[in-house]
Write a protein that binds this ligand. Structure first.
Ligand SMILES: *Cc1c(COP(=O)(O)O)cnc(C)c1O
Length: 562
């Protein structure tokens, strides 16, 4: 880091995945997309942040659909085409071996005149001085076994802190975006204890806590990384004393969420309900609720960018101004949506079944990580009922989403969805679009008519795709969980599926069908002007609020400046 702007004191934002560009596959899904939106908003608002992540040279994976199932391919990319190598490299001992870690510097450019870019360090072990096995450590995002995963977290957390120091970056706060980054706090503690020549004095712990902010992203226990102590202690070596580690990270297994909680002075959940759920899971901690948001310019379709530029000056810098969307004439709102829908259907036509889709038909969109608790099959719970609805009101469905290669249940969900598509045939066209990522997401959230989300309550921490849809005037039909508890105004921004009581998939499916048949579809087909009014109020209410500018401003004022 060599010019004056690079010597600014900065908040270091650590995330195992960050979505930087559609051609840079250093992300798997929502967590990485949120991190990318956060950095883009920081750049737009001239907040001095620096991102730290892994280079993930082989990406997460490229999804193909073949033989009725998901097939995973590597997604290699060339860092030198997008980023500059930094001059420093730092040592990291793991399992008694020394590994050298280098980095690339990627710049997130600002959309505001004159504001400096936000740099991102992409940590890379593919250096000639490393053993062949170690050179592959930063290849596959979330790949490999438990040991590979732990080593990746050591690269992110420990080597990440060392790299910032080697580059002379003055770090004011460390932000742990999910537990994967927890080892950074352990490294800060090690440094303080080494400097004071004492094992973890209370002052050292307090000082680390002042430096660290932790955002937890899921109430699903399997989403919290845990490692067996024999493995963890063998890999971490003498970095930390075992009794202390067990006190900080849990006695039975090294739990990265526990470790992050123990060493962070400020903890955040990603929506109001999630913060409440997390408070219950972690008694004794205050969990704040800075809700997630999405980057306005990134997620608005081309047509919506033009529309807002015409009617809502400065919307890119101050997306709150979209609350005045009600000034925009309805035909212009409808025309922007029609343009976005056309682009999406053109893309869909490239895939099996996609040519059967019609622009005049009401189109439901569902795209998320394919895993059991997201319940992608809820819409298909009763095919007879669904057929009857589609018989009264023409309907078509677009689906997308990847399942983690080790999530066999998630992969089976995809197979069953493809099976439903076959069974429904021409009566109700259902098309699965492979390769859900930034580019496809941007087409889908703007181009469908209704955004569907049917997770099992209360397991959806936030969800952000519905916010992207709202920014493009696409209402949600969604289970009341995560952000939608805050964003749902019935008949104004969309519709709620089910209630807020105990989980009941049967009742949720019935509610979904009756909302579709009695409210959504009649409005869409019989009262088109009122439909467009609803899409416009979706922009005014939710497009204006659930943005990452608000999220960054709140983190700056409430978490970083504390
Ligand atoms: C926004 C986004 C997500 C997360 O959306 P959810 O609503 O949390 O499912 C996942 N993947 C991609 C590619 C996205 O753009």
């Amino acid at each position: 880091m060599n010019d004056a702007a690079d010597r600014l004191p900065r908040v270091a934002y650590f995330s195992m995945e960050i979505a930087l560009d559609p051609a840079v596959p250093t992300y798997s899904g929502g967590l990485g997309v949120l991190a990318g939106d956060m950095l883009q908003s920081a750049a737009d608002l001239a907040v001095a942040l620096i991102g730290v992540t892994l280079v993930s040279r082989q990406g997460y994976f490229r999804q193909e659909i073949a033989g009725g199932m998901q097939v995973e391919r590597p997604e290699p990319w060339e860092p030198a085409r997008f980023a500059e190598p930094v001059a420093a490299k730092v040592p990291l001992d793991m399992g008694g071996r020394r590994v050298w870690v280098g980095a690339w510097r990627y710049l997130v450019t600002s959309r505001s005149d004159g504001a400096p870019p936000v740099p991102v360090l992409l940590l890379d072990t593919d250096l000639p001085e490393n053993a062949p096995e170690d050179r592959r450590l930063t290849d596959f995002l979330y790949g490999g076994d438990e040991r590979y995963r732990l080593r990746q977290e050591m690269v992110l957390g420990i080597a990440g802190v060392r790299m910032l120091a080697a580059l002379g970056v003055q770090v004011t706060r460390y932000h742990l975006n999910e537990g994967h980054a927890a080892l950074l706090a352990l490294e800060l503690l090690r440094m303080r204890c080494a400097a004071a020549q004492s094992p973890a004095a209370p002052e050292a712990l307090a000082a680390v806590r002042r430096q660290c902010v932790f955002t937890t992203h899921t109430p699903v226990p399997a989403g919290h990384d845990q490692f067996a102590y024999p493995l963890a202690l063998a890999e971490l070596g003498s970095m930390v004393q075992e009794p202390l580690l067990r006190t900080l990270a849990g006695d039975e297994r090294l739990n990265m969420t526990r470790l992050a909680l123990s060493l962070s002075g400020w903890v955040n959940g990603v929506a109001q309900r999630h913060a409440e759920t997390a408070s219950g899971m972690f008694p004794g901690y205050t969990v704040h609720a800075i809700g997630n948001g999405v980057h306005p310019w990134t997620w608005a379709s081309d047509a919506h960018r033009l529309l807002y530029a015409r009617h809502v000056p400065h919307w890119c810098h101050e997306p709150e101004r979209l609350m005045m969307a009600n000034r925009i004439a309805l035909p212009e709102i409808a025309a922007a949506h029609a343009a976005a829908k056309r682009l999406l259907l053109e893309r869909a036509a490239e895939f099996p079944g996609g040519a059967a889709l019609r622009p005049e038909r009401c189109t439901l969109g569902f795209a998320r990580r394919m895993t059991a608790y997201k319940r992608p099959e809820l819409l298909f719970a009763d095919l007879e009922r669904l057929r009857r609805i589609a018989g009264r009101y023409p309907l078509q469905v677009l689906l997308a989403g990847k399942a983690h290669p080790h999530d066999l249940e998630g992969k089976r969900e995809i197979e069953r969805l493809l099976g439903f598509a076959q069974q429904l045939g021409a009566e109700l066209p259902v098309v699965f679009l492979p390769g859900y990522g930034l580019e496809l997401a941007r087409l889908m959230v703007a181009g469908v008519d209704v955004w569907l989300n049917t997770p099992q309550r209360p397991l959806e921490a936030s969800g952000t795709s519905g916010m992207k849809a709202a920014l493009n005037g696409v209402p949600s039909l969604s289970v009341l969980d995560g952000w939608w508890i805050e964003g749902c105004a019935e008949g104004v921004t969309g519709w709620a599926v089910g209630g807020q009581g105990p989980e009941d998939s049967g009742a949720d499916a019935l509610s979904l069908y009756s909302k579709l048949e009695e409210q959504v579809l009649p409005l869409f087909y019989q009262r088109p002007a009122q439909w467009t009014e609803l899409t416009r109020s979706t922009i005014a209410h939710n497009g204006s609020f659930f943005n990452s500018h608000r999220m960054v401003r709140r983190y700056v004022l409430e978490a970083y400046a504390r």
